[in-house]
Write a protein that binds this ligand. Structure first.
Ligand SMILES: C[S@@+](CC[C@H](N)C(=O)[O-])C[C@H]1O[C@@H](n2cnc3c(N)ncnc32)[C@H](O)[C@@H]1O
Length: 322
């Protein structure tokens, strides 16, 4: 996946000033925070620029995948409005706008005033009026009593920055504002997954239907050292490569997520939860299904199942009985 052209151009413009060494040091420190545990705030100028180069492409890729999954799991859905909570530079808005063709209204809430200004400047490069006319609010989501209703509500890589004690309240308010669905995305680490699990439990308690990635809304079967996460590949721009002193032309972002809805959801019968092992004449799959976790070997003689398994990827839906 590539970032939209106008976003790449906007990023080039925003990041053209800082010296590369400053950018590399800030990018390295930021990436370490995300790998290790919960990220800290990103207050400094160089921290924000580093976010644009080192993190935005990856969080965009995850938000794009999750938005596409939302469309896939809610038949006929048309998302006309999006509320992006903890928007940062507006990453989830860019992803949502690329996936939801009917999008008209976007509201973004972000507590860092400089990120708000940066997000507005980036959005000014968009070809889409909905993004250029996005309603930005410089506010703390934990201090707002009620969020304005929108078709879809996103909490993208922000739950980790919310104190655990406030999580239920914020999820409750976000769910109340979601006219159709809510999507929550976190880094694909054990800590990120544990927050997704807590959010998922709270959403189920509130009566939401889990749309993805789970094939059910019963207790999650992942336990112990296992955690549910997926991977989204994004092409690195040359700036992205230089900032991270990286050689590979792409990056794989590991993310955990949950999508919940108010309407009928067409859940996966089962979900591929690891890279499939594709061998001669058979494919080995790790699945999460209605009855829990299972390993499945699909042999060539099963024809249709085998063809599907050869094409399957980590995160794909498995459309057959377990
Ligand atoms: C890791 S960044 C994620 C940005 C963006 N959503 C993305 O996916 O790239 C987290 C953002 O949430 C914002 N944030 C954290 N806590 C917040 C709060 N209580 N209210 C509003 N924004 C908050 C931070 O300032 C930061 O911009």
């Amino acid at each position: 996946m590539q970032l939209p052209l106008e976003l790449r151009q906007a990023l080039e413009e925003e990041t053209s000033n800082p010296r590369l060494r400053v950018l590399q040091a800030a990018s390295e420190s930021l990436s370490r925070q995300y790998r290790d545990k919960r990220p800290a705030r990103v207050p400094s100028e160089s921290g924000r620029i580093a976010y644009l180069t080192a993190r935005l492409p990856a969080t965009y890729a995850a938000a794009h995948r999750v938005s596409s999954e939302l469309v896939a799991r809610i038949p006929g859905v048309e998302i006309e409005s999006v509320l992006d909570l903890g928007a940062g530079p507006g990453t989830a808005m860019w992803a949502a706008a690329a996936v939801f063709p009917a999008l008209e209204t976007i509201t973004l809430v972000e507590r860092d005033p400089d990120f708000v200004e940066l997000g507005k400047r980036l959005a000014g490069h968009s070809f889409q009026a909905a993004m250029r006319e996005g309603r930005w609010s410089n506010a703390d989501i934990s201090l707002i009593d009620e969020y304005p209703p929108h078709d879809a509500v996103f909490l993208s890589y922000v739950v980790g920055e919310i104190p655990r004690a406030s999580l239920e309240r914020i999820i409750g308010k976000a769910w109340s504002a979601a006219k159709i669905a809510i999507a929550i995305i976190e880094p694909g680490t054990p800590a990120g997954f544990s927050r997704i699990l807590a959010a998922r439990q709270e959403l189920i308690r509130l009566g939401a239907a889990i749309a993805a990635p789970c094939p059910h809304d019963s207790t999650c079967p992942m336990s112990g050292t296992d955690w549910c996460h997926f991977s989204a590949r994004v092409e690195r721009t040359s700036l992205h490569r230089r900032a991270k002193s990286a050689t590979l032309p792409y990056e794989d972002e590991k993310y955990s997520y949950v999508i919940a809805a108010r309407c009928y959801v067409d859940r996966a019968r089962a979900r591929v939860i690891r890279h499939p092992t594709k061998l001669k004449g058979h494919v080995r799959l790790d699945l999460c299904g209605i009855t829990g976790l299972l390993k499945k070997t699909v042999a060539r003689k099963t024809k249709e199942e085998y063809r599907t398994a050869r094409k399957a990827d980590w995160g794909s839906v498995w459309p057959f009985d377990e």
